[in-house]
Design a protein around this ligand. Structure first.
Ligand SMILES: [Zn+2]
Length: 353
């Protein structure tokens, strides 16, 4: 689901159930949670899913209605009593009611916004990576508040220790002895070669935010040096990043975040973010085996590259990881048609020329 669509829905609904007008809160608060219900179900066999509405329209504001949990269950269980035209009419009338109440000063609407919190996190990530290329993957509740999660609970600690790390050994786990409480929650951090910018941090916040930070500085320096020695033209870029290093981090971090969310965190929706930090004047190196077929992306002029979306618990991370990788390849002027090739290895992005 897209952040913009969600903000429109919450704003126009006045944070209230379109049927009973109960005031609702987004994930991250303990009072009655609002549920963004699909008018036409996302899948064809879901409630009202037989409609001709194309699938790419189904997550949009126009097909969503904000409801309390009771009424969400009601319209999906007894879907024959709640056909599409009725729901659209209920939604339109509710929004007109909200608009009138707002104009009369009878109700006030607080926006759902975790932007301030994320802004501070981004500054912290930049500080941690100190000018080297790093990747961050994070999930944040739509509204952040203190003490949502007991980070000293066994399940949270276990989830943190079960994370996989990218690398040559596909079953490499985090070292449990590096797990410790932090002022924000629970942290597993290991930077064994700080000068070479090599290491990771997994952080679960009491606010429900969780993040995976991986340094790529070490790998970036190595591949940049190798390519310079070979005399390849890297189009004026200062640094080279290997596509597979990025892909491995995303494919290790995303399933971990998904498990953590589904097993431990109570939120139905999360703000997902993938950032590659310090990408100014870097280029992406795509093909490593046959020198004749090496492909380089164009240098980026952005400080950092970001992919973000709002996810519901039903999302499929296999598709998400492909979507993120494709977007990243695109940022460097390369095209990625599939995540894996016919041999099961990472498919390389190709030049768009
Ligand atoms: Zn209701």
């Amino acid at each position: 689901m897209i952040e913009k669509e969600i903000k429109i829905l919450w704003g126009r609904s006045g944070n209230r159930c379109a049927i009973c007008k109960l005031e609702l809160t987004p994930d991250g608060e303990k009072e009655t949670l609002g549920e963004m219900a699909h008018i036409v179900a996302r899948s064809a066999d879901g409630p009202r899913g037989g409609s001709a509405l194309p699938s790419n329209e189904r997550d949009k504001y126009s097909n969503l209605i904000l409801l309390c949990p009771t009424h969400h269950a009601e319209i999906d269980k007894n879907f024959l009593d709640w056909p599409v035209p009725n729901l659209l009419e209920i939604k339109a009338k509710h929004e007109a009611w909200v608009s009138e109440q707002l104009n009369n000063g009878n109700i006030k609407v607080a926006t759902i916004d975790n932007a301030e919190f994320l802004k501070n996190r981004i500054l912290a990530w930049l500080e941690l990576s100190r000018g080297h290329v790093s990747i961050v993957l994070s999930l944040t509740p739509l509204r952040v508040s203190d003490d949502q999660i007991d980070t000293m609970g066994q399940d949270v600690q276990k989830a943190l220790e079960e994370a996989n790390l990218p690398g040559n050994n596909p079953i490499q786990k985090v070292n449990r002895y590096q797990t410790r409480p932090s002022e924000f929650g629970l942290l597993n951090e290991n930077f064994p070669e700080l000068p070479k910018r090599f290491g990771h941090s997994f952080h679960i916040f009491r606010s429900g935010h969780c993040e995976y930070f991986q340094e790529l500085g070490h790998d970036t320096d190595r591949i940049t040096e190798t390519i310079r020695l070979r005399g390849d033209d890297i189009k004026g870029a200062k640094y080279v990043i290997r596509y597979t290093d990025i892909a491995k981090v995303i494919d290790s971090g995303l399933p971990w975040l998904e498990q953590l969310w589904k097993n431990v965190l109570p939120y139905e929706y999360m703000d997902f973010r993938c950032m590659i930090l310090n990408t100014r004047d870097t280029t992406l190196f795509s093909y490593e085996v046959d020198r004749e077929e090496s492909v380089f992306g164009h240098p980026t002029r952005s400080e950092s590259l970001t992919f973000k979306d709002i996810l519901s618990k039903e999302h499929d991370t296999t598709l998400l990881s492909f979507g993120v990788l494709r977007r990243i390849a695109n940022c460097f002027g390369l095209d990625l048609h599939s995540k894996l090739d016919s041999t099961g290895k990472y498919a390389r992005p190709v030049s768009m020329r």
